[in-house]
Design a protein around this ligand. Structure first.
Ligand code: ZN
Length: 601
């Protein structure tokens, strides 16, 4: 395993090209400088003036263009930092962006306050006269009961970068301070990092390598558990205080309010998966144990793939053909976007020191999407890329069709288009192969990647997070010990007797940034539930189903998750789609058992 390269040593052709946002850092700083006086003049022109429908609409429209001006600034800074967190230049960009964002937020917070102080009939009049502001005004009306005094709102907005502090600290501890050093396995010394562990070692087929890596990784995490718990606790206090101040009954109500879904949908997702999916996943764990000839199945064995030797290697160039063939069904416009993503360097493939872990897609309004991924040359990256291109295809469409306020759909729905693409990829690979070993590899990667990741990893996070919020709503603070206990409890409940929960597994809570993003973890399985139903429709009906789906993507944030799912022909107000998704996973595990019998004769 080679040492990680620094950012300036990687091949430029496989990095993203941020010059579509700004030609250079200098251009970025000039834009920041030019933006400040625009904010001042906006605030001078409109403060105290939003007294009737026409003045209000004028201010909202002007605010809209200010937001559009800010988008490339914030994106350029955050993408630069995620490419290399340790780069002082990128850190400076990020500070500049966060300062101007705070100033922007606090100097324009009066707009919302003044709008909410208006009589509802005036707000209705704005809607009638400006149909394009309907969604924006409806969102305001929903927030009205929770709005604080305008002066308080302004103070809170001025503190926003301080309130973002915990997440920043978390990232710094995780990516800059923790030095995992090396560990030994099979007589050799191997360098360890977040990237190498999560990207490779965690699922390594060699048992000594995998287990030793896990122990070294957990031991190092343990040394930072109190700092990390302290950081997280600050974040929880912020959420609880905000929920209380604004008059929500609980943190969960507060966090769900912005997702536009009710508690029933939230709890159903967690409860049903904990009880009904667990038996299928335990069968899968047993199969892993059998195929790999393990005496005991341990927590650190779960991320292994069923048959790593049947996983083809794949180059970045070759991935394009797979992506094109699998997602071709989405139509020419969609494929055009994908090919531009490759040709015009929208994707950052390289591996370097300080780069953010995992993969994500950022879709700045008015520009094009950017994707971060770390290419390991294994076939599984094709699924990761299809996933991120799903986000890209979503916002590429929504950003073109909707105004900047309406383009983003609820968090509940965000992971549907991405996981939908994973399903399309799997269906494509299965249709085009008769080789039982390859088929087994594909199905096992749907299980171990798509469903495991979205319905198990993230769901266990969600179940744990729900327990944390119960404590927080009881005004208890949480220590590292509490968090360890809660995490262990959830993992043990899910895996039962079938998996030994090794010491160190309880520290898994330290690994996810999602806990700083509200009730995000459960939305993965929610999105995948919609995607599973939708991909079945595409298989069965073809074009009409694709047309429906494209309409859903274009709707962006103008509809609630329930309405979006309805447009896709899926009724998520009942438990049926989730039950069918769980049954489908059960069928896939059955298929794996059958193929394994066939292969092993
Ligand atoms: Zn995603």
């Amino acid at each position: 395993m080679e040492e990680l390269k620094s950012r300036n040593q990687v091949k430029e052709q496989y990095t993203w090209d941020l010059s579509d946002l700004f030609e250079s850092d200098e251009a970025f700083y000039s834009a920041v400088e030019a933006f400040r006086p625009q904010i001042v003049s906006f605030s001078e022109q409109y403060t105290g003036k939003l007294t009737d429908a026409d003045a209000a609409a004028g201010a909202i429209n002007e605010l809209k263009s200010l937001v559009e001006t800010f988008v490339p600034i914030g994106t350029y800074a955050s993408l630069s930092l995620s490419a290399d967190q340790s780069d002082p230049g990128a850190q400076k960009l990020s500070t500049a962006s966060s300062n101007i964002a705070t100033y922007f937020g606090s100097e324009t917070s009066f707009v919302k306050s003044e709008l909410l102080a208006l009589d509802s009939s005036v707000l209705e009049e704005i809607k009638t006269k400006n149909p394009d502001l309907e969604v924006f005004i409806d969102d305001l009306l929903r927030q009205k009961p929770y709005q604080l005094d305008p002066k308080v709102e302004k103070v809170l907005a001025a503190y926003s970068s301080v309130f973002d502090g915990p997440y920043e600290l978390y990232t710094k501890t995780k990516l800059l301070d923790i030095d995992f050093g090396t560990f030994e396995a099979n007589g050799i010394e191997i360098p360890l990092s977040y990237l190498s562990f999560e990207g490779e070692l965690e699922g390594h087929e060699n048992t000594e390598m995998r287990r030793n890596a896990f122990h070294a990784f957990s031991d190092k995490l343990a040394q930072y558990q109190h700092t990390t718990a302290g950081t997280y606790n600050l974040h929880l206090k912020k959420e609880k205080t905000t929920a209380d101040l604004r008059g929500f009954d609980s943190v969960i109500d507060y966090l769900l309010h912005s997702q536009k879904v009710d508690q029933e949908l939230y709890h159903r997702q967690i409860d049903m998966i904990m009880s009904d999916l667990a038996p299928h996943m335990r069968r899968y764990a047993k199969l892993l144990k059998q195929v790999h000839g393990l005496d005991t199945m341990k927590y650190e064995d779960l991320k292994m793939s069923l048959d790593p030797s049947s996983e083809p290697e794949i180059s970045i160039e070759d991935s394009r053909k797979y992506i094109n063939d699998a997602l071709g069904i989405m139509g020419d416009d969609y494929l055009g976007m994908i090919n531009r993503a490759y040709d015009d360097r929208w994707i950052d493939f390289v591996k370097n020191k300080g780069k953010s872990t995992g993969a994500f897609c950022s879709s700045p309004y008015g520009s094009h999407p950017f994707i971060l991924i770390t290419w390991t040359s294994l076939m599984t990256e094709v699924f990761v890329l299809a996933h991120e291109l799903g986000h890209a295809g979503h916002f590429y469409n929504a950003n073109r069709e909707q105004n900047v306020f309406d383009a983003r759909s609820s968090m509940y729905f965000v992971e549907a288009p991405s996981t939908m693409n994973e399903m399309l990829m799997a269906n494509h690979l299965l249709e085009n192969s008769d080789d039982p070993k390859f088929k087994r590899w594909v199905i096992s990667s749907i299980i171990s990647r798509t469903y495991y990741h979205n319905c198990v990893t993230h769901l266990l996070e969600a179940a744990y997070q729900r327990e944390v919020y119960k404590k927080v709503d009881n005004h208890e603070s949480v220590s590292a010990n509490d968090l360890n206990q809660l995490k262990r409890g959830v993992i043990e409940e899910f895996w039962g007797e079938d998996v030994e929960i090794t010491e160190g597994a309880e520290l898994t809570w330290m690994r996810q940034p999602h806990y700083y993003m509200g009730l995000y973890p459960y939305t993965y399985s929610a999105g995948l539930t919609i995607a599973t139903a939708m991909s079945k429709r595409v298989l069965a009906e073809g074009q009409p189903a694709v047309d429906d789906w494209l309409k859903v993507l274009k709707a962006g944030g103008t509809k609630t998750p329930v309405e979006l799912a309805q447009m896709a022909g899926v009724d998520i107000t009942t438990e049926k789609p989730l039950q069918e998704t769980i049954d489908y996973i059960g069928e896939l595990v059955g298929e794996l058992e059958k193929l394994t019998d066939e292969i092993e004769g």
